[in-house]
Write a protein that binds this ligand. Sequence first.
Ligand code: HEM
Length: 227
Amino acid sequence: MSWFTQTITSTLGRKLLMALTGLFLVLFLVVHLAGNLQLLKGDEGEAFNIYAKFMTTNGLIKTTSYLLYATFIGHIVWSLLLTAHNQKARGPEKYAYSKAAPSVSWNSRNMGLLGTIVFVFLVIHMRNFWYEMHWGNVPMVMIEGEEYKNLYAIVNASFGEWWYVALYTFAMLGLAFHLYHGFQSAFQTLGLNTSKYTPAIQGAGVAFSIIIPGLFALIPIWMFLVR
Ligand code: HEM
């Protein structure tokens, strides 16, 4: 068996891949949030549309997007494989284990559920924005002297619906808990969660899992109330 096959089939290898793909997705979240915060500028979407045009026409960004899709798929597939493996290994004792394991936090035991919430959100999100931007009937607007798709119009219309705002807020709560556990788990797998670094890593994880989903949730709420 080659080292590659061994890595993606062993439990430790899969955990490592979960950690690395997770950290890449964390990086994506920061960049995505920075772009989306342009929505709060109150300039009728001018800055946001310039950003969206750049992101959908720049060759390097488009190539990175394929890596991003593959990373998302890898993260999900390996999580399912790990869950299936753990359940098989635990066998009939799994119920006793779930009920009586105070050291295992609610969050850690429910990573699958939290991941599913984020996944369902992602499917709806991609259908509504990403699919529309690429293949939908998007109104046009002048962006930097050139006629291009008015992505802001689609986002603004979506965040004018209360149930859409509620869905985003709920999903960001799920993302917050998912990140809270995932962050620490990734560093543990990578062996960086040693006693010297534990407080710093835990602090960074808590801050990240509150600030990033919090700001993501603020965008639809602000647009619903203020726009
Ligand atoms: C207020 C919150 C959010 C807003 C306004 C927003 C907005 C958008 C828009 C307008 C697009 C389409 C742009 C394009 O096609 O290039 C997009 C794409 C995307 N969004 Fe979001 N997003 C939000 C939150 C999130 C979150 C929390 C995640 C992940 C958990 C996420 C994951 C993605 C992905 C993977 C894409 C496709 C990116 C690509 O094609 O490179 N988004 N988002």
